[in-house]
Ligand binder design. Sequence first.
Ligand code: PLP
Length: 398
Amino acid sequence: MAFDPANKIQDLQYFGEFGGVNPSVSDSSTYTFLSAKTMFDTFEGNTEGCYLYSRHSSPSNLYLGEALAALEGTETANVTASGMGAITAVILQCCDAGSHIVSGRTVYGGSYAFLKNFLPRLNIQTSFVDITSAEKVEAAITEKTRMLYCEAVSNPLLEIADIKALAAIAKKHNIPLVIDNTFSPLTIAPAQHGADVVIHSLTKFINGSSDCVGGAVCGSKEFCLSLKDVNDGAGMLLGSTMDSLRAASVLKNLRTLHIRIKKHSENALFLARQFEKDGFRVVYPGLESHPGHETMKKQMNPEYGFGGMMTLDVGSLDKANALMERMQHSNLGYLAVSLGFYKTLFSAPGTSTSSEIAPEEQKQMGLTDGLIRFSIGLDNDIERTYDMMKACMKALGI
Ligand code: PLP
């Protein structure tokens, strides 16, 4: 039977302390033990069901982790205080001084900055490659490579990683394939295609209400426990722990993810098709003109569509800025970074979320000045939205 993450989340059953239909929130930073021996064993990581200290683990974080593991079909998942908290912990857990990483060249600007600017301080070097070329990926691997890293659907160019092909390369070279799946929860389940670790920024679609930051690492029990190890776990020692109250609220939002993703996808596909018909340069994985369309179809969960992210090139940064301001003025959405909100969010990635990437490198990867990245909202009447967007464009001569 096909992998069905929404059913797996639906099938989780919770009872709170007083019979509540939501699990009770563990509002404690530390936990008592009836015996000193159990405390010692817990420190050693040997006692299931016992809690020590909430930076290590807490019931609320475990509940959310369990639901995210169901989402990705992994053995388990750890939750973190942000997506970057997940990314940095995973990288530092897998790499030592002298290690080398092969990364997709179009990844979130913060991830790019960490790999390019921060990690060399620890003598960890990264080669950035076109992740859609298996030959280029394999050619970049050296004997020092400790990780193959990319995004399933890349930020902001929406390139599609062929996860099965990348997993085969990673396996051949005995390195983990780490996939950031922030842009495509439910649509793509990277672990089902061979990824070893799946990362999310929960800040985006999964939480879906733009009211918090959060992250997750989904993977094997062995890897996730290693991150929490009190002696050398990067998650435990770098301290990017999610707060229990927040874990409880993200869990509640996760339960409507399947409905939201379908609507984001439906709306984005409609707009992408319309703007393409109008002659704009639109990038959307659901369009046949997208170079990764066939790869996407091969690995996607079709009932959730092609996702809510779309880019549109309006020719210049000035035009992009004018259009975004006008759209916000018309209440079509917000001129804001981030994604996955009920309203459409738009930004020019070259000067915002990808500004960490040098201008000449942006040019090389096709990140043009006039590019607007859209996270398409949950608008009930997307035809009305399209008409309003067209009116904004017309007024500006776009
Ligand atoms: N991964 C992707 C693809 C992102 O777009 C972002 C943020 O924009 C992150 C990771 C970082 O997540 P956070 O802001 O939750 O740290």
